[in-house]
Design a protein. Structure first.
Length: 202
């Protein structure tokens, strides 16, 4: 499964392609004066990436609730564009919170992250990304985060696939696809939460 991951902002958006490993990355800045022009520019850039790389899933950094209401509203517009473009191109969408993707990668690779200090955690994750993919060294923070989101999304999908099979075995009468996805999503989150706690005790 080929993933296109995004770390979105209204000023600059980082992106990465992950298919077993990260194969390409970069960023783009929406152009235009008005908000509408910038959203249209963002949409065009996203469409171009989907046409070029043909991903099957879009992984987006979710909006952190601690941001002010203006930032939340702005990012929600960009997320709406992502859902629209993904739907038009038969691409599924998954959201990962910043703490989620950093924790998933931290657990897998034994990286100790101070999740109470956002800037410290971001710096540690960028250093890890650059060490794993030397060619990305010095890339923008948005791009580094996009790479991390994509790599974590790949780990999430592996566990999610296992969780779907588990749900089908445990609840054979559940035929609703949306319900199976809901239950598998919950199991996947529980898996990574448990993993984090066990690593924290070690």
């Amino acid at each position: 499964m080929s993933l296109l991951s995004l770390d979105i902002s209204s000023k600059n958006t980082g992106w990465a392609i992950v298919d077993q490993q990260c194969t390409d990355w970069g960023d783009f800045a929406p152009t235009g004066e008005s908000h509408g022009e910038k959203l249209n520019s963002f949409k065009t850039n996203l469409e171009n990436l989907i046409v070029k790389f043909k991903p099957t899933m879009l992984i987006i950094e979710d909006v952190w609730g601690g941001k002010n209401i203006r930032v939340l509203k702005t990012l929600s517009y960009y997320h709406g564009v992502c859902y629209q473009v993904a739907n038009q191109n038969n691409v599924s969408v998954k959201l990962l919170m910043p703490s989620q993707f950093r924790r998933i990668l931290g657990n897998k690779h034994g990286i100790k992250l101070n999740m109470q200090d956002r800037e410290e955690a971001k710096a540690a994750m960028s250093a890890f990304i650059w060490a794993q993919i030397p060619a990305s060294t010095g890339c923008s923070e948005d791009t580094s985060d996009a790479i991390g989101i994509g790599l974590a999304g790949q780990e999430w999908n592996k566990q999610f696939a296992a969780a779907v099979e588990q749900v089908k075995i445990e609840k054979p009468k559940t035929k609703s696809i949306s319900k199976i996805i809901e239950l598998a999503d919950k199991k996947t989150q529980e898996f990574f939460d448990k993993q984090a706690k066990e690593i924290g005790k070690a």
